[in-house]
Design a protein around this ligand. Structure first.
Ligand code: SAH
Length: 472
């Protein structure tokens, strides 16, 4: 199974920097299912081609547990196509062998990694369930010029007709990381098969790697369905997340600006984050979640406190997480600090095993961004499934809005807020949650307190009454 990638972008040999593989060397990598070799059939300033040759160990495969073969019949282990075609094995090989290039990193030439360059990928052999038509429907919307040569099953048995196997070339002017990402996701989609079991982690992968292009892809549904091996539950969840994220991506920066403008005169954000940090310290938490962490302002404060040994930031928006990583200089943090902090994408609308087992979770100015009908899903995700010992949750107090000179009467503080609550509304919601899920709750005011309307931010602190976290 061979994948070649060529460019004519001068000097074309810089492809070696982008792939982190020197054009004059042959390199081999041992993988769980065989070996990968990288070499350059041509390397000139005008044109350079890198080849990834995947040598799948067919004997080894037959000894692996179930699920390695696309065909489930008695002779499958003798006539498997797996060693000879581009499949999820090749995706895994790309992620291993070209991991930096796949994530768009290039220390020597960071600008080049960010540049759209003419690229040509050739795959022999690519199995396409759905034929050339699907192949085109998947790659053409992403700007590729697609050439496909279909192979007959066997000349000797020509009446067996055409096979589903193609030699494919794909040409595009794009970043190398984009090309690799598209191949990584779409090869197993075309093959409609995967050599490993898929679970929630696969949704995360899909959403991370499909971040910029999948939400708008006309074949989004079939890509997600096939990528998740037709598991209905996972597919539904992934599609919903993509849609949610799409909404967040379009209007989030404007939202955060607008909110900051209304509240900034009193430096409310700083006051709020300081108050949250203080309560979190007092409750003795060591392992903490910041859910809807946004651009990471609270995470920065938490990192400065030695008490917090493990700090996790989660947000539905990839863009917010990217900014958080940059602001926190996550890549450049000293090793000890880096180990304390983890950021990942996820949605508070879905149960998530990654959130189970923490001492405390903070949810600062997030619930008012959730649609009211989805609030009950959030409640179960946090208080029933993740179930940390302590939960700190803040939200605007709508009664205080009359005190903001720069906010028109009757408006929410923020264009994306789906609701803002009075103190009574918030307290009765929080009390009913504490009763339902076995927590006690206390309320605090944050910001300048006004006799009639209270303070601008209201906080509930929930403490669990001795029940262990579990996922049901
Ligand atoms: N907690 C941060 C950010 C608040 S803005 C702070 O106080 O500064 C609200 C954040 O919630 C945004 O970053 C948004 O992307 C995130 N968010 C909205 N809906 C979400 C959901 N369903 N799951 C996780 N995060 C969500």
């Amino acid at each position: 199974m061979l994948l070649t990638i060529s460019t004519t972008y001068p000097p074309a040999t810089d492809l070696g920097y982008l792939l982190h593989k020197h054009p004059s060397r042959i390199q081999s990598f041992k993988l769980a299912f065989g070996q990968a070799h990288v070499y350059y059939p041509e390397a000139h300033a005008e044109r350079c081609t890198a080849a990834l040759l995947l040598d799948v160990d067919s004997v080894g495969l037959t000894r692996r547990p179930h699920g390695q073969f696309s065909e489930n019949f008695a002779l499958a282990q003798y006539v498997s196509d797996r060693p000879y075609v581009a499949s999820s094995f090749l995706s895994v090989a790309i992620a291993r062998v070209f991991s930096s290039a796949l994530s768009g990193k290039c220390k020597e030439h960071p600008d080049l990694a960010e540049t759209a360059i003419p690229l040509r990928a050739k795959l022999s052999i690519l199995p396409c369930r759905g034929g050339e038509e699907l192949l085109r429907r998947l790659f053409e919307p992403l700007g590729y010029i697609v050439e496909a040569e279909r192979h007959a099953l066997d000349a000797q048995f020509s009446d067996w007709g055409e096979s589903r196997y193609f030699t494919v070339t794909l040409e595009n002017t794009c970043r190398l990381s984009e090309l690799l990402t598209h191949l990584y996701i779409l090869m197993p989609v075309l093959d409609d098969e995967k050599h490993y079991w898929v679970d929630d982690a696969e949704i995360e992968k899909l959403s991370r790697r499909g971040n910029d292009w999948l939400a708008a892809h006309p074949e989004q549904e079939s890509i997600v369905r096939r990528y998740l091996k037709h598991q209905q539950g996972l597919t539904r969840k992934a599609l919903a997340q993509l849609r949610e994220e799409d909404v967040q991506q379009t209007d989030e920066p404007i939202q955060q600006e607008a909110e900051a403008q209304v509240e900034e005169r009193m430096g409310l954000n700083d006051v709020r984050l300081a108050a949250v940090t203080e309560v979190l310290k007092q409750c003795g938490a060591k392992r903490v979640l910041d859910l809807g962490c946004g651009e990471g302002k609270l995470l920065r404060r938490l990192l400065a406190e030695d008490q917090f040994e493990e700090i996790v930031g989660m947000d539905v928006s990839h863009r917010a997480l990217k900014i958080a990583r940059e602001r926190l200089r996550h890549d450049r943090l000293p090793e000890k600090q880096k180990k304390r902090l983890r950021l990942f994408q996820g949605s508070l609308g879905y149960r998530d095993k990654r959130l189970v087992g923490y001492d405390a979770a903070v949810v600062v100015e997030v619930i008012e961004h959730l649609d009211l009908p989805r609030l009950s899903a959030f409640e179960r995700v946090l208080f029933e499934s993740a179930c940390p010992r302590t939960v700190l949750l803040t939200t605007p107090n709508i009664e205080y809005n009359v005190k903001f000179e720069n906010l028109q009467a009757g408006r929410f503080r923020h264009k994306d807020h789906r609701f803002e609550w009075t103190r009574d509304e918030f307290q009765s919601w929080a009390t009913s949650i504490s009763n339902r899920f076995g927590y006690t709750v206390m309320f605090h005011s944050i910001g300048p307190e006004h006799e009639d309307v209270g303070s601008p931010t209201q906080m509930a602190v929930f403490v669990r009454e001795g029940r262990e976290g579990k996922i049901t």
